[in-house]
Design a protein around this ligand. Structure first.
Ligand code: PEP
Length: 250
């Protein structure tokens, strides 16, 4: 039985006041039988947002981390630094990191390995560009991303990873993949995991959909048995929208 997960990615938005206000409103409404909920806020807010969440069921997440423990890496943040702040989840390989900051599958692989070693749950993002989908390259691209970002990760480690399938053309664009596209592609990813890690382990790995998830499309997306939740960008900044996504109708 996989526990559903809704993760909010604030990206480079909010400040201490608006962030605290948002998590207070959300944490008042989330708990009990709801999916697991994670809020991934910018680094400078982790301490304060973490304090606001200390009595809530919502977990704290970061949006990135470096793969080394320490050293001359100006501007970077280590897993130990995140642990000190109470971080439980970390987004790794978001398409904005891959595209704007030139992160490669190899770098992403090193980050996933370090997060696992430090017992922070990596949310590994994969997804194809529009021209790749139109050129029927989606499965090839995802296979390449999976093979290389999960290199040298054993079965036991793999069951602790969360994968977020985020078609790049659907992120922040208002264009959502159809529920069929999300279900088919996530089914393909589950199939790849089964080949690599075996049936019972692949069944333990949570796979999220991400890309313009809103209160009015989450229920359809969640209908596929392979879809275990969502990584939510824009709608995670609006308390009512995020709460309604968490409370999606089954
Ligand atoms: C994201 O940030 O990962 C994302 C999916 O953004 P949005 O929901 O705004 O498309």
């Amino acid at each position: 039985m996989r526990i559903p997960l809704i993760a909010g990615n604030w990206k480079m938005n909010m400040n201490h006041e608006s962030g605290k206000d948002l998590v207070k409103k959300i944490s008042d409404k989330v708990g009990g039988s709801d999916p697991e909920v994670v809020v991934c806020c910018p680094f400078p807010m982790l301490l304060e947002i973490g304090k606001c969440l200390s009595d809530s069921a919502i977990m704290l997440g970061a949006q990135n981390m470096h793969w080394e423990n320490s050293g001359a890496f100006t501007g970077e943040i280590s897993a130990d630094m995140l642990l000190e702040l109470g971080v439980k989840y970390v987004i790794i390989g978001h398409s904005e990191r891959r595209q704007i900051f030139s992160e490669t599958n190899h770098m992403i692989n090193l980050k996933v390995k370090k997060a696992l070693e430090k017992q922070i749950v990596p949310i590994l993002c994969i997804g194809e560009l529009l021209n790749e989908r139109e050129g029927k390259q989606t499965e090839r691209v995802l296979t390449d991303q999976l093979e290389n970002s999960l290199a040298n990760i054993n079965t036991q480690e793999a069951t602790k990873i969360v994968i977020a399938y985020e078609p790049v053309w659907a992120i922040g664009t208002g264009k959502t993949a159809t529920p069929e596209q999300a279900a088919d592609t996530i089914g393909f990813i589950r199939g790849w995991l089964k080949e690599k890690y075996g049936e019972s382990s692949s069944e333990k790995i949570r796979i999220l959909y991400g890309g313009s998830v809103k209160p009015d499309n989450i229920s359809e997306i969640m209908k596929s048995p392979d879809v275990d939740g969502a990584l939510v960008g824009g709608a995670s900044l609006i308390d009512e929208d995020f709460i309604n996504i968490v409370h999606f109708k089954h």
